[in-house]
Design a protein around this ligand. Sequence first.
Ligand code: FES
Ligand SMILES: [Fe+2]
Length: 382
Amino acid sequence: MTVRTVDLDAEADLARCGALKDFWYVACLSTELPANRPLARTVFGTGLVLFRGPDGAPTALRDRCLHRNARLSKGDVFDGRLGCPYHGWVYDASGTVVEIPALGPPQRGEKLDAQACAHEGLKPAPCDVGRLARFPTREQDGLVYVYLGADVTQARAEPFRVPYWGERGWTVYFMVTRFANGVTNLVENFMDVPHTSFVHRGWFRNPTRKRVPSTVKRHAGRVRMTYHQEEDALTGLGRLFNPRGLPLVHTDEFIVPNVTRVDYQWGDSGFAINSQCTPIGPTDTLVYTAISYRLPVDMPGAWVGRALTPLVRWYTRQVIQQDVVIMETQRQGLTDGPGGGVYSGTEADLHHADIEAYRRWLREGAHGPGPEDAERDVVFWV
Ligand code: FES
Ligand SMILES: [Fe+2]
């Protein structure tokens, strides 16, 4: 039997994803969650409704009314509470039913006592209905995180910190992109140099037939790729960052289970592209990309950097769109009949094999010590 490298179905299924669920995942940008509107999200195939409670803190509940199972995310938020669109049952931020309009001002059944209600399988009052499943949330660095594991005190890591968020001289903005592929394939794509001269030809990097000696380090849930190539031939906007021809420090890092960080640094300027993947379903993923950059020459308050944001945003949107297309193209081949998900690779794919090893270990329940630490030199060509 051939072993599949990725199992798209299992890795996005809450019941079968093992320890992949024991991490914080981005549910939305802070700006996507206003005070007066609910937001629907699906994470690991589980429908969630997000809204802000009376103190403004985000709440994530199961998006299914306890009454007749309507989608609560189609309802209303008022005074930090959530009203179902069907019969108006009201939930507070803990997921408890606090009001049932059909019970009028008494908020109790008037004719059937508790015993009669129990006999008919009914509840006498809102407080007897119980509460919706509620998932822990955290808001930091402009992102709202949600935790779907069994016990938040057992989370395997803290929510990821956005690189350079709030740091002087740096401009940070987010892009949200939906990809028709699974998380393993996406994180591989985000730290894959050889694809850039094919998929992003002319936009980011041209084929130069250059030999790139690199080091792949696998350590403590991270796969770090260091490229020993001081003059990389970036095209497009990449050229803005290095007018003085300083040596480049380029690293790519994967952080379990779903984060990648790409850094291009020349002196103390450069950019970082940080992507966090949130699985919706087997071939459906929302990716939250934070782009942080600092220009070599700028005015106080990163004025020039901020003024350039619309241009940089447009440029990065074009590049990401090229990845959306290639990820859909990969998905088509991968899911076309049986036998998909068996990969082959060369030395140029060592870091991908490391990512797959970590993610497979987590998916299988994270038993035992996991992939051992290793550091290896490789060479590939772009
Ligand atoms: S289904 Fe939600 S109030 Fe009836
Ligand atoms: Fe790409």
